[in-house]
Design a protein around this ligand. Structure first.
Ligand code: AMP
Ligand code: GLY
Length: 425
């Protein structure tokens, strides 16, 4: 098989690594890829989606896999399908599940899927009346996409009203905040659940946990994610069953009923409160860094999983995972997430420790190659991935690798997987 991966981050690189160890795969292309993906495949500098479809036709691509949401919401899947190309991802209409919080909340409530009680409105007085009836801790969200920043957790009704006003007047998030979703605060723990879907059938991947805040102890600003691990012990068979019956299956039924059957990765951001799952959000793509810790656990050939999903044949597949744990620690540039950072050469020590050598790898993200040397280009630069029989073993190996990677301004959290380690004995 010849496969085209669309995207350039650690997520796409990790999908590339999974395909690399898959004997069914002959060649991997990345569009555009990064400075390290050219080592496992060929980078293609094409951004325009119609031109990318031309490339796929001309190069006999058997399967395209889309990483980020932007090409999905721009309709890359529709463009490829019109050209009779096989592509893994949701259509433009199905990808709407991620674009607007109001659309998503309405979808959840009309399909009876558990989520926080909410009101969607552009009218301050209406919101204010709703807030008066709520408990003190309230979440105010801008409707549109705000790069993960449009969510404010307010400690009082007065604060919630103040933030609502600022949003509706366009002060805090511009156009994206001119409609708000105000909802009850859910007090629990968060999980990232991924279902690979083919419009009708699905395969659930092991639950992962991300660490969104920049600093240890979940402090500091939100980021794209500073590390992840899977599977998490914070979910048991009973909760998996509830998630399937109360969330995944009604979501697929609802999407089909709406005339937008969902195929691709369905990313469900869950809050678990007293053993019950509540949907915080959907995304129409893999999480990053969650993908980087899930791909190494996949025993089923990755090409088969994605191809069967893209062609509506997931019911033919028995998905298998390694009985291992995986921990990924993001190493970011100096000024992440506030701004750009100077280019910095990446030096990786020769790894002599056999345990680290055999059970870790790097998933590259914000890197470029100049004169055969790798440079950190800013943002999240790479992930150190560790595998083990326990979360602790995987975590120690990942951190062992972190100590062998060097560049100016390197920073990372030192407590990835801490919630799981509290559970693991
Ligand atoms: P969202 O973009 O809606 O997923 O929200 C971003 C983050 O805000 C989530 O990952 C949660 O940590 C937090 N959050 C959002 N909604 C709620 C809620 N109703 N209760 C508690 N925390 C929330
Ligand atoms: N890691 C969270 C996300 O990809 O949105």
């Amino acid at each position: 098989m010849q496969i085209l991966i669309i995207g350039s981050g650690g997520r796409e690189y990790s999908i590339g690594l999974a395909l690399k160890r898959d004997s069914l795969v002959k060649k991997i292309y990345f569009a555009p890829g990064n400075g390290a993906s050219s080592e496992i495949g060929e980078n293609v500098e094409i951004k325009e989606l119609n031109k990318l479809a031309d490339f796929a036709k001309d190069n006999n691509i058997d399967l395209a896999i889309v990483g980020p949401e932007a090409p999905l919401t721009e309709g890359v899947v529709d463009i490829f399908k019109k050209r009779s190309l096989t592509i893994f991802g949701p259509s433009k209409d199905a990808a709407k599940l991620e674009g607007s919080k109001a659309y998503m909340k309405n979808f959840l409530s009309s399909n009876g899927i558990p989520t926080a009680k909410y009101l969607e409105s552009s009218d301050f007085n209406e919101v204010s009346e709703f807030i008066d009836k709520m408990d003190e801790k309230i979440v105010v969200k801008a409707d549109g996409l705000c790069a993960g920043k449009g969510v404010i957790i307010c400690e009082s009704r007065d604060e919630a009203k103040k933030e609502t006003k600022r949003m509706l007047e366009g002060e805090s998030f511009g156009e994206a905040g001119k409609k708000v979703v105000v909802e009850e605060f859910l007090d629990g723990y968060e999980l990232s659940l991924f279902a690979i879907c083919d419009g009708e059938n699905y395969k659930l991947l092991p639950a992962a946990q991300d660490h969104k805040r920049l600093l240890d102890g979940d402090k500091g600003p939100n980021t794209g994610g500073m590390g992840a691990y899977a599977p998490t012990p914070l979910i048991d068979d009973k909760l998996y069953e509830k998630v399937k019956k109360l969330v995944v299956e009604p979501t697929l039924r609802g999407m089909k009923r709406n005339g937008t059957p969902y195929s691709g990765v369905l990313f469900i951001g869950l809050m678990v409160v007293n053993g019950e799952p509540y949907v915080l959000e959907y995304n129409v793509r893999f999480g990053d860094p969650e993908c980087e810790v899930l791909m190494p656990l996949l025993k089923t050939p990755a090409s088969e999983l994605f191809y069967k999903a893209a062609t509506g044949k997931l019911n033919e597949l028995d998905i298998e995972f390694y009985d291992k744990k995986c921990v990924g620690v993001v190493i970011a540039s100096e000024n992440y997430p506030y701004g750009s950072s100077a280019l910095a050469e990446i030096i990786i020590d020769d790894i002599v420790d056999e345990d680290i050598k055999n059970n870790t790898h790097i998933s590259y993200a914000g890197v470029s190659k100049i004169d055969d040397k790798l440079f950190a280009t800013g943002g999240r630069v790479l992930l150190c991935i560790g595998l083990g029989d326990t979360i602790k073993e995987a975590r120690d190996r990942a951190y062992g690798l972190c100590g062998q990677v060097h560049f100016v301004g390197k920073k990372f959290r030192t407590d990835i997987a801490y919630q799981a380690l509290r559970e693991e004995v």
